[in-house]
Write a protein that binds this ligand. Structure first.
Ligand code: NDP
Length: 291
């Protein structure tokens, strides 16, 4: 019997299995393409001959596959073996998919914990690898020591959808940042300024802007977007038009920046010109107002 089984040995699953091995655990592994298990076997992992054998080998089954459809497809032959085991699914997905998979696991007698990995593979095993968990508290507590081998664990609650929800929210913040950085570098590049030359200025600016985010949280939680406004929406909407015009004049696509302008215009039209930018969060929560 192994301590845990890792199913899915892509870039992330391989890193997860390695982190368990590095902590001295007995690890069984399975992957659709068996060749990916060879390097882990050389480090001590046991290669299961089938997914059924893989599930039978351990009380703790950690799954990290491409998408949830893949999880269901891969685990289907082993569903009868899941009874009494804990299934920890670290595949990226939606809260709805996590809840449905939790229900599916329960019908097969398995305890279910969903997870969101906030790290890239080389970070796994280090304290900066944050892994969000939600689902069965009892199952999480029973295996938290083993799961801590992967990074810093954070349990969010019994609703299996909580980890993917907050995972996706963090990714939304990340992609917003990345989109802005791409736009900035396309613009400066069009003027012959190297990305490496501009990056220190950009990083310093983004760092300074992050400092205002706790105030955003206070305003959004209080539903008060009009007290202590120093940069009102109307002013920002006018400045934002310059951002688009300057890009267009430089031959830069506006496909990343136009949706934000549309939301700002909706806010101004809704009478929020004197409010803070945070008031736009309420518009996002009112999709029926989308034109
Ligand atoms: P990879 O593309 O490297 O690996 C995909 C894995 O899914 C492989 O094990 C692959 O098997 C398997 N797979 C795909 N389709 C099927 C199928 N139909 N049946 C069985 N197995 C299948 O992806 P990653 O390992 O990078 O990502 C895995 C999960 O981790 C994803 O949900 C991803 O979003 C998440 N994640 C990844 C991060 C990263 O930076 N890599 C960061 C945070 C989360 P095979 O080898 O046979 O093709």
């Amino acid at each position: 019997m192994s301590d845990m089984t890792v199913i899915g040995l892509g870039a992330m699953g391989t890193a997860l299995a390695e982190a368990f091995l590095n902590k001295g655990y007995a690890v069984t592994v399975w992957n659709r393409s068996p060749a990916k298990a060879h390097a882990l076997a050389a480090k001590g992992a046991i290669m299961a001959a089938s997914v059924e054998d893989a599930v039978r080998s351990s009380p703790l089954i950690v799954v990290c596959l491409l998408v949830y459809d893949t999880v269901h497809e891969a685990l289907a032959p082993a569903r009868e073996e899941l009874s009494g085991r804990t299934l920890v699914n670290l595949t990226n997905g939606t809260p709805e998919q996590a809840r449905a998979t939790s229900h599916w696991a329960a019908t097969h007698g398995a305890n279910y914990v969903d997870g969101g990995i906030m790290a890239v593979p080389p970070m796994i095993g280090g304290q900066h690898a944050l892994i969000l968990y939600s689902g069965s508290r009892q199952a999480f507590d029973a295996h938290s020591k083993q799961l801590d081998a992967l990074g810093t664990s954070k349990y969010l609650g019994e609703d299996a959808g909580l980890a993917p929800l907050q995972d996706i929210a963090l990714l939304a913040g990340m992609y917003g940042l990345f989109g802005g950085v791409m736009q900035a570098l396309a613009l400066t590049g069009s003027a012959g300024i190297a990305a490496g030359e501009f990056m220190p200025l950009l990083m310093s600016w983004l760092h300074a802007m992050q400092g205002g985010l706790p105030k955003w949280a206070e305003q959004i939680d209080a539903g008060d977007h009009t007290s202590n406004v120093v940069s009102n929406l109307g002013m920002q909407a006018d400045a934002y038009a310059n951002l688009i015009d300057a890009g267009t004049a430089a031959g830069i696509s506006s496909e990343l920046v136009l949706p934000m302008q549309r939301l700002m215009k909706r806010g101004v039209a809704a009478g929020k010109a004197n409010a803070d930018l945070t008031s736009l969060v309420e518009l996002l929560r009112s999709p029926e107002q989308v034109d």
